[in-house]
Design a protein around this ligand. Structure first.
Ligand code: 2AM
Ligand code: CA
Length: 264
């Protein structure tokens, strides 16, 4: 399958950083012996991957701005384009050797995400999307699932960590959704949760307290696969609200109807 030069740049960068993460994953087990070891090691792996991504992306598109989870913002001469990058989404999974983590690269033009690549080096699943050109998993065209009844749906969520977010609200949300769906899941990597919605594996997903790099690539994947993405208000932009609900138009509307009033 032929993709644009832009997508090729993003895929090449994701694969190179992915090889580095995969090598590092192999080391994690050896490091479990020391308590402090793994966490420091993961921080290193994370930073190394982000440096590779910054180096490759800025070489291919000089002047674009760069927002990364590890390095903060780097302003470029081109004020219209910004890379929004998570070098390791699903850090806790990675630290525990659970192969559900990814590199996530989004490209923003003005205020619109125009391209996204999500790559899980553990199973080599590569998700790509470009505005107006569809979403793909390893070159197979993606379409969100078509289910219209919530009680037939598998829905995923994200949960706040200790000391962050509103734990009580997350429990209320979970039990409300659990009462109405076929299955509730929590995988721990926001970008892949959205990629799974785009692929029709999950019918829907919601999470609060996310950052732009968790959301940028996933949001265009779901939209290009025919799904709806908003914040929990239902008509807001996730990159501004920092929370997300997505699914096909029916599932999205149902989730908004349940979740929106709970925060009030
Ligand atoms: P991370 O692994 O890159 O931190 C887990 O619910 C999801 O939330 C992951 O995608 C995780 O990304 C993301 N997340 C965003 N902000 C977070 C934070 N402050 N603490 C933990 N997870 C966070
Ligand atoms: Ca992340």
């Amino acid at each position: 399958m032929l993709h644009s030069a832009l997508i090729n740049v993003m895929v090449k960068a994701a694969r190179r950083a992915g090889r580095s993460l995969k090598r590092d994953l192999g080391e994690i087990e050896n490091l479990q012996v020391s308590l402090k070891g793994p966490a420091n090691f993961v921080t290193m792996a994370d930073r190394r991957a982000e440096e590779m991504l910054y180096s490759d992306l800025s070489k291919a598109r000089p002047g674009y701005g760069f927002i990364g989870e590890e390095g903060g913002s780097r302003v470029g001469d081109d004020k219209t384009h910004t890379w929004i990058v998570d070098p390791l989404d699903g850090t806790t999974n990675f630290l525990h050797g659970i192969p559900q983590f990814a590199i996530s690269i989004g490209l923003q033009r003005e205020s619109t995400i125009i391209a996204g690549v999500i790559y899980n080096p553990a199973n080599e699943e590569l998700y790509i999307a470009e505005r107006g050109k569809g979403a793909f998993l390893n070159d197979q065209r993606l379409r969100v699932a078509g289910r219209r009844k919530l009680d037939e749906c598998v829905i995923a969520c994200g949960l706040p960590h200790i000391g962050r977010g509103d734990l009580e609200l997350s429990r209320v949300e979970m039990s409300e959704i659990q009462n109405r769906v076929a299955g509730l899941r929590r995988f721990g990597a926001a970008s892949l949760d959205m990629a799974f919605v785009a692929a029709g594996r999950l019918d829907g997903y919601w999470e609060r307290d996310l950052q732009p790099w968790d959301l940028a690539a996933g949001q265009i994947l779901v939209r290009e696969a025919g799904g709806i993405v908003s914040g929990i208000e239902g008509d807001d932009e996730p990159l501004k609200s920092s929370n997300v609900i997505c699914g096909n138009e029916f599932v999205h509307a149902e989730l908004v109807k349940i979740l929106k009033p709970l925060a009030k």
